[in-house]
Ligand binder design. Structure first.
Ligand code: PBG
Length: 310
């Protein structure tokens, strides 16, 4: 009877699996574990393909790929280079999976810059919004060329969705969509991700990511991104921001995704490893609560495993 009357559905196709592909892992010939994210690895090209196929077999709706280069520079050249780790991996995955799975790419420079910021810096060391937009446009084209179906600009630069949309349209990539990281907060929960991508960041992203104290500006960011051409919008992190997910779901004319991020993953895994919570029950409760808050889609490191449970 509980099943008969349950209000919220959780199905594999609503889950998106984030994956990391690393040049260092490729050079070493083996995936590299990420200590703060037990069970998640930096993949080689080959192990990435296998993990992707496995996730697709389990029924996940999409894959979000992040690249971890071995060399970095001030403008994040690796992100726009067709031989860059992420663009190579996107080509591999598109060849392997075709068009049946939505292949997504992180369209952001932070993994590729030697200062770790999501954009390029001006002479005074501040992130230069408009100079960064030019780099995003080039990165978007490289990712579309490599076979991504959906681009995920996660750098929180003003105007990023519009610039990417125009660049795609002008280059005959009208069919490549944009999943906008619209409401992305400057969160302490990103800690394990910074290990996952060998982040070079010192300091914080408070000049471009949102203040956890604010909800209203999340709605304004969503409105702007939709006006600029976003096909889907995202709230991130998820768990400490379920009120924002709910507000976004009510206000957004396009599908809303929520990112169940690295720190949320790490907390549950650590507690479960200590026997303090039941792992499977906690994971499914977390994912169900994000759906209940109104997210249409969930990016989660548990996507493949949860899909097999479901
Ligand atoms: C930036 C980016 C970040 C995450 C996804 N894209 C980190 C940041 O903004 O510092 C975090 C994802 C997670 O914590 O799981 N390219």
């Amino acid at each position: 009877m509980r099943r008969l009357v349950s209000e919220t559905t959780l199905t594999p196709r609503q889950l998106i699996l984030p994956l990391f592909v690393s040049e260092a892992a490729e050079a070493a010939g083996a995936p590299r574990p990420i200590a703060s994210m037990p069970g998640v690895v930096q993949h080689t090209r080959d192990s990435l393909r296998k993990a992707a196929v496995e996730a697709v077999r389990a029924g996940v709706g999409g894959l979000m790929v992040f690249g971890v280069p071995s060399t970095r520079d001030a403008i994040g050249s690796g992100g726009t280079d067709e031989r860059g780790v992420l663009n190579v991996a996107l080509r591999d995955l598109r060849a392997e999976l075709g068009d049946d799975t939505v292949l997504m790419a992180d369209t952001c420079l932070d993994e590729f810059t030697d200062h770790g910021h999501c954009g390029v810096l001006d002479e005074r060391g501040r992130v230069d919004n408009d100079a960064t937009l030019e780099r995003y446009a080039r990165m978007a084209l490289a990712q579309a060329e490599a076979g991504a179906h959906l681009l995920g600009p996660s750098g929180m630069m003003d105007g990023q969705v519009g610039v990417i949309r125009r660049a795609l349209d002008d280059a005959d990539y009208a069919d490549v969509g944009i999943l906008a990281y619209s409401a992305k907060y400057a969160s302490a929960f990103y800690g394990p991700f910074r290990e996952a991508v060998d982040s070079q960041l010192t300091g914080d992203r408070k000049t471009y990511q949102q203040d956890p104290a604010n909800a209203r500006e999340a709605l304004r960011e969503i409105e702007l991104d939709v006006a600029e051409g976003a096909d889907m919008v995202m709230v991130k992190p998820a768990l400490a921001y379920l009120d924002v997910v709910r507000a976004a779901a009510e206000a957004s004319p396009v599908p809303v995704a929520a990112y169940n991020i690295s720190g949320e993953y790490a907390m549950v895994e650590a507690a479960a490893a200590n026997g303090w919570v039941d792992r499977r029950g906690t994971v499914l409760e977390v994912l169900t609560s994000i759906r209940r808050a109104g997210a249409d889609l969930i990016l989660t490191y548990w996507a493949a495993e949860a899909a097999t449970w479901l």
